[in-house]
Design a protein around this ligand. Structure first.
Ligand SMILES: *Cc1c(COP(=O)(O)O)cnc(C)c1O
Ligand SMILES: [Zn+2]
Length: 410
């Protein structure tokens, strides 16, 4: 049973019914879902969660929609891997990698869409849509295919081929826009006003955003019911980042884990760092930027939750960190070479950010760290195409041995 009380404005606290609403009529603040945490505390337990489905729906008590197996593509409950090679390389004793690149459509966006689509169906919608930097389009199209809903996905036309194909294969109506993500989002906000569709990250955004809380719950459960000392996550709109923290705090509030002391660190790329730049300059006002970054998943110049991400950084004692554009591919390669995990540009930003946090002493050797790897490298192969350099030989043993000898001599 859902424990949702209402929607509430994050700015003026005005309450709204649980409908497809995302903005306060009164002050234009964003709406968020309000839960009855006391009722959740009574209903939930470690045992109940542990015996639930191997997907994010094991946390259904904390989510705004009912579990609907008919539309479930099994998002979530991804591996939390104890790092060896990368930990050693960075000089950390306890580093964990939350590998969300292995979700069904290969990014963490499967979590937010799972929740948004389930809620959209409950609210009577037959069509889901999104404004996407790529991964969201893949997730919306995949869930629509599974659920029998119609889907419209809007993307900037300059996305990587792997993301476009990764969404198109599920046969959505795809609209590519000659502009940035921020242009796409503006257009979709207008379309959302006049079409009876659930735009997962616009009119049903409060429910969508709460899908990311499961990234906090899962890590706490997988660490043996505790929160880490540090969490490092890449940010675009900043929604996922704020919701990871909310997830940890809700586990604390309902008695599932004890005191949450986790310092939250947001990683952005130099070519689009409105949140991290505000942090560095000590501002709580986000200055929108025109994105130009290799980390296309993170290329949101006017982040809707940027201010709230900065508040989470402040409340948790965390920070924000910037990866230079020429460090992004290095971060991708470092993770691949040390852990056998192939991530996309956003993951390269997270790994580079983690590296900088260790180098600057913000994360200490003996502290526990979780780094969130949110997307899959096979969608952005352009970024690291230079690794392809096989030894080309004739099909005989002599040629092989000569080539190996030449290689060893180098
Ligand atoms: C969308 C996305 C993010 C960031 O999500 P926000 O909630 O908008 O901050 C991070 N990583 C990947 C791979 C993404 O696709
Ligand atoms: Zn308001």
């Amino acid at each position: 049973m859902s424990h949702v009380l209402s929607l509430r404005c994050k700015e003026c606290s005005r309450e709204y019914p649980v409908e497809a609403l995302n903005v306060c009529d009164f002050c234009f603040g964003p709406l968020e879902v309000v839960y009855d945490l006391q009722a959740i505390a009574k209903s939930t337990s470690r045992e109940k969660i542990a015996s639930g489905p191997n997907s994010l729906w094991r946390y259904a008590d904390f989510l705004p929609a009912e579990y609907n197996p008919a539309i479930d593509i099994n998002a979530g409950f991804t591996p939390l891997i104890r790092s060896r090679g990368l930990a050693e390389r960075l000089g950390l004793d306890e580093l964990w990698i939350k590998n969300d690149s292995v979700n069904p459509s290969y990014s963490f966006k499967d979590r937010v869409v799972a929740v948004a689509a389930a809620k959209a169906l409950e609210l009577g919608f037959d069509t889901i849509a999104c404004a996407s930097t790529g991964n969201l389009a893949c997730a919306v199209a995949a869930v629509a295919a599974r659920s029998g809903m119609k889907s419209y996905v809007f993307i900037p036309s300059n996305l990587e081929a792997g993301k476009i194909l990764g969404a198109a294969i599920y046969n959505p109506t795809m609209v590519a826009i000659d502009g940035s993500y921020d242009d796409v989002n503006r257009l979709c906000s207008e379309i959302a006003d006049s079409y009876p569709w659930a735009f997962v990250n616009i009119n049903v955004r409060p429910f969508y955003a709460d899908g990311s809380k499961t990234l906090g719950y899962e890590v706490a459960e997988q660490l043996g019911w505790r929160a880490p000392d540090h969490a490092v996550a890449p940010s675009a709109s900043g929604a996922m980042f704020t919701k990871i923290y909310q997830g940890l705090k809700e586990f604390e509030a309902t008695g599932l884990i004890s005191h949450v002391h986790t310092k939250m660190h947001s990683a952005q790329a130099r070519g689009c760092s409105p949140i991290a730049s505000a942090y560095e300059e000590g501002r709580f006002v986000i200055r929108p930027v025109k994105p130009s970054s290799l980390a296309t998943s993170l290329a949101i110049g006017n982040p809707a939750d940027g201010y709230y991400a900065l508040k989470v950084i402040e409340a948790s004692g965390g920070s924000a960190v910037i990866a230079e554009e020429n460090e992004i591919a290095d971060g991708v390669k470092l993770l691949a070479e040390t852990e056998g995990i192939f991530t996309e540009g956003a993951g390269g930003v997270a790994i580079t950010g983690l590296k900088h946090l260790v180098e600057t002493g913000k994360i200490k050797r003996d502290e526990s760290v979780v780094v969130y790897i949110t997307g899959n490298g096979l969608k952005t192969t352009e970024l690291v195409a230079d690794v392809v350099n096989p030894v080309l030989i004739e099909p005989n043993v002599e040629a092989f041995e000569a080539a190996m000898a030449a290689r060893a001599a180098k």
